[in-house]
Write a protein that binds this ligand. Structure first.
Ligand SMILES: NC(=O)c1ccc[n+]([C@@H]2O[C@H](COP(=O)([O-])OP(=O)(O)OC[C@H]3O[C@@H](n4cnc5c(N)ncnc54)[C@H](OP(=O)(O)O)[C@@H]3O)[C@@H](O)[C@H]2O)c1
Length: 276
């Protein structure tokens, strides 16, 4: 897939899923603005990889929870790139800044989630759109548990924030349609080489086994490359009639009905002893 001559900004492009997206677009020839918050070393390493792929780019630092910093981020992108073809809103603060159950959550934690997703996206799209010519691409990276369910209690703030992000995508899709700029949401399932790997070992093991058992029909976690491939498809010329959509990129996890045990649905992976 060629992105030759395109200029892309990926928030949180330094690590995890964002890095996968930056590398995929760079491999197709796009110049990439790699945004980070605190870990400049990781961002620099990603930029080196972008260069090794034969492309170019630069680093840009900002806290997406702060509107002034989002504005400064775009000021830098404007002065380095002049124009923009692809904007991917992917950054998400550390869980400690927003993770608390609904009956206890502080307003600071609530704000950290909402500001980093809904407000940052509102501000960012209004900065990005004037820099884009017809055919631009805007993609928001969401996460299903909050937007669609209600059981994961301490995720309430990020869940609400991701839901608001998804709503904004639809409104911006209409607002920018006449200019041929598409605005879509990609909602990944659990992904390796991301925040997942910083979770406690027991959580990682439990979650991996859970998905392999059948809660992800494809039987594995995703990779940053899986998500990056979906972003690349949406960024392609051929996707110009797709806008305002939420695309689950999750190996089928969003199709599985949580009302019934997997065994009743005929999709549970057989235990090793039974399989032998
Ligand atoms: N990982 C998954 O399984 C999964 C599943 C579904 C959806 N998602 C979504 O995918 C996106 C990326 O997730 P990930 O797990 O790949 O992330 P990650 O590996 O934890 O990386 C987070 C990125 O966001 C940046 N960041 C952190 N706090 C920030 C702040 N206050 N302001 C600006 N940037 C900040 C980090 O920069 P520094 O390192 O410099 O701080 C880093 O580049 C998120 O939107 C997440 O909700 C992830």
């Amino acid at each position: 897939m060629s992105f030759q001559g395109k200029k892309a900004l990926i928030t949180g492009g330094s690590r995890g899923i964002g890095r996968g997206i930056a590398l995929k677009l760079a491999a197709g020839g796009a110049q990439v603005a790699i945004h980070y918050y605190q870990n400049k070393e990781a961002a620099q390493a990603t930029l080196e990889k972008v260069r090794a792929l034969g492309s170019t780019g630069f680093l840009v630092q900002a806290d997406v929870c702060r509107t002034q910093e989002v504005l400064r981020l775009f000021q830098q992108v404007r002065s380095e790139f002049g124009s923009l073809d692809i904007f991917v809103s992917n950054a998400r603060p550390e869980a400690s800044t927003f993770y608390q159950a609904p009956l206890e959550i502080t307003l600071d934690k609530w704000d950290a989630a909402m500001d980093s997703q809904a407000k940052a996206f509102l501000v960012a799209v209004r900065e990005a759109a004037p820099m884009m010519s017809n055919g631009g691409r805007i993609i928001a990276i969401s996460f299903a548990p909050g937007g669609r369910f209600g059981s994961w209690q301490p995720w309430v703030a990020m869940g609400a924030a991701k839901a608001a992000l998804e709503v904004l995508v639809r409104y911006f899709a209409v607002a920018l349609a006449r200019r041929g700029i598409t605005v879509n949401t990609i909602s990944p399932g659990w992904v390796e080489d991301s925040v997942f790997n910083s979770l406690p070992e027991a959580f990682q093991t439990g979650l991996r086994e859970w998905q392999e058992r059948g809660w992800t029909p494809m039987g594995r976690l995703g990779t940053p490359a899986d998500i990056a491939n979906a972003v690349a498809l949406i960024c392609s010329e051929e996707a110009s009639w797709i806008t305002g959509q939420l695309i689950d990129v999750d190996g089928g996890a969003s199709l599985v009905d949580a009302h019934l045990p997997l065994e009743f649905q005929g999709i549970a992976k057989a235990k090793a002893a039974e399989a032998a």
